[in-house]
Ligand binder design. Sequence first.
Ligand SMILES: Cc1cc2nc3c(=O)[nH]c(=O)nc-3n(C[C@H](O)[C@H](O)[C@H](O)COP(=O)(O)O)c2cc1C
Length: 199
Amino acid sequence: MNLPSPILDGHISVENAIKNRRTVRSFIDKPLTIQQFSQLLWAAQGITEHRGFKRAAPSGGALYPADVYSVVGNNCVEGFSAGIYHHDPASHSVEKVADKDKRKAVALASLRQMWMASAPVVFVVTAHYDRITIKYGDRGIRYAMIEVGHIGQNIFLQCEALGLAAGIVGAFDDNRVARAINAPNKHEPLIIMPVGFRG
Ligand SMILES: Cc1cc2nc3c(=O)[nH]c(=O)nc-3n(C[C@H](O)[C@H](O)[C@H](O)COP(=O)(O)O)c2cc1C
């Protein structure tokens, strides 16, 4: 499913976004527009150069070991049914990789942090280390983790700019989360970010 093009200016300064960013753990029951959903994925992993290769977040050796999976509930993003959606940065589109609302499964796998399931969209950012260790050896694992941190901050700041809010979760059972989102072999979940309107 193609996503709308990102909007490249806004009304909130970077300074304000940094100042106001907080981890939010309560969300109201309000869907994201497809434009907001698209914008968040673009901030996370969108292509930002004319040549069509480099992305919004930096990457050691531009090897891009990260993937973003969106766990979407019913009536949670305009025009989307519940399921897991994998983002393809090159085409700025998402592909549905699993049916059903898996937000509770992800929250349960995250030491029962059930507040996570109240967010309309829960982003799970994974890393496939082989893509980067092939060049950097074990140090590539560090690079991948650092990169995912950048992706997380981009999501946080884009939320601020859109009047949305995000949480961030590192406390989870890796295998259970990977199973819940139907992640391919070797895609290791590193951070989870529930996103929506602040409750
Ligand atoms: C790597 C990482 C893992 C985190 N894991 C959790 C978590 O599992 N649950 C949670 O409620 N908050 C989690 N947090 C959020 C922190 O508690 C939060 O960032 C910290 O209290 C500072 O607050 P702020 O983000 O509002 O500035 C995590 C943050 C980071 C960076």
